[in-house]
Design a protein. Structure first.
Length: 108
């Protein structure tokens, strides 16, 4: 999971020996990316995930406990972040920011 990019960003890559490497972002989508590391409490995760899903968030599962979460540009990033913090406070997950591309961060 590359830091500094989000879903739907237009990026440039460098291909070397049949491998692709991130080079730079050409156009930002306004989306943000976070990582969630769960503690295997599926019921609690599902409860909190439903709240994030209602904000339009989607995820891609990388491993059994690691999820990449897309927060669309149309979501209120501040409210979503509060859910991330609440889930962490309740020991449902730990989270980290991969990239915050929300324009509202720079406006407020």
């Amino acid at each position: 999971m590359q830091k500094g990019i989000a879903l739907d960003d237009l990026i440039m890559i460098d291909k070397q020996e049949n491998k692709m490497f991130y080079k730079k972002t050409i156009c930002f989508s306004g989306n943000s990316t976070y990582r969630i590391f769960t503690n295997n409490d599926i019921d609690s995760f599902d409860f909190f995930w439903k709240i994030l899903e209602d904000f339009g968030c989607t995820f891609e599962k990388a491993t059994e406990n690691l999820y990449a979460v897309n927060v669309p540009s149309t979501s209120d990033i501040f409210k979503v972040y509060e859910v991330f913090e609440l889930g962490e406070k309740r020991n449902i997950w730990e989270f980290e920011e991969g990239f915050c591309g929300h324009p509202s961060i720079f406006i407020k």
